[in-house]
Design a protein around this ligand. Sequence first.
Ligand SMILES: Cc1ncc(COP(=O)(O)O)c(C=O)c1O
Length: 379
Amino acid sequence: MTPFDPETTTFLIAGPVRIHPRVLRAMSMSSLNHRGDYFHGIVAEIRELLPVLFGAKGHQVVLTGSGTAGLESVYSSLVPRDGRTLVVTNGNFGERTDQIVRRYSSTVTTVSAAWGEPLPVAGVRAELDKGDVKAVCVVHNETSVGLVNDLAAIAPAVRASGALFLVDGISAVAGIPLPIEAWGVDAVVAGSQKGLAAPAGLALVHLSDRAVAALRPGTFYLDLAAHLKSLEKNDTPWTPAVPLFLALREALLLLREEGLEARLARTHRLAEATRSAVDALGLELFPDRRFASDTVTAVQNPDGMGDAELRKVLERQYNVLVQGGQGSLTGRIFRIGHMGIADWPDLLVTFAALERVLAKAGRGREPASSLRAIVERMP
Ligand SMILES: Cc1ncc(COP(=O)(O)O)c(C=O)c1O
């Protein structure tokens, strides 16, 4: 097997995503005094840039820790101890939310759909109608099944109920439109390694005024009130992951240069091209096409081809990395991430390799049909 070389690998897993050389260079610096003026200046710049990421102003926090740290910070300090919390699940990360929330509340109602099924809107509305729900926790983009949850369909009911609206936006932010203010979202968690295309290891959290007013002490390390207080002085309560903050600033600058709207539009175009290319190969998407995610496309493995025959061959022979399924979907689906700085050459190489793998397995279609489908969608 060719040794893994990030420089020559076509890297389209569902995050972490490829990192721009400018972001890589930004973090290669010796240690800084995280209590000194230079680092305070970096934090100040990050604070100014965060609204570009979320597309909204508000109270915004950077936490050292992966996306799950951001989720834990939100659920531990905003899920009420003495009121009912609604968790919606239709994939692996919804179920993860359920597990986290249950650590902090014993009054949880879970409204579930099977993995990959659309958001159970009627079930959510029925629970909200009972009038005692204090918080609603939902994943915007279910990375595990390549499905975007139609939050617009539940947002007015959540707002009308008065419940806090807490959204896992880890694989959605900077990839799928999330109009925080229009939908009345109270907390959004983003992960540095997805649409923002920074290295893994930071969680970015947006909070509404309402959410800040409702904060109660959660975990010590991830105490959002403590982080907000320190950030007002361009500081962090504990030692932050300094190199990751440097990378974050550069990734945010890149996002500002491209523009959030332009990044969302580019991601959408890449997703449409990916779906067309999947069609051209005669493969099937995993979720209902109407809810197919713009950041991650989940595709059903052709009959008789598991990971060993498909994904592993792509990696071993063509240096193309896509991601497998999780849980019971292992070997049944594969997932192509196309967020962050992923671009047309990544798709062309990936589908050229995929066509060859299928053709060699006797499942070829007209040669280059998926490539034509992509090229036709290029700007
Ligand atoms: C929707 C969603 N939620 C939560 C997570 C967990 O994030 P992390 O692995 O950064 O802790 C992921 C990771 O892929 C995700 O896609």
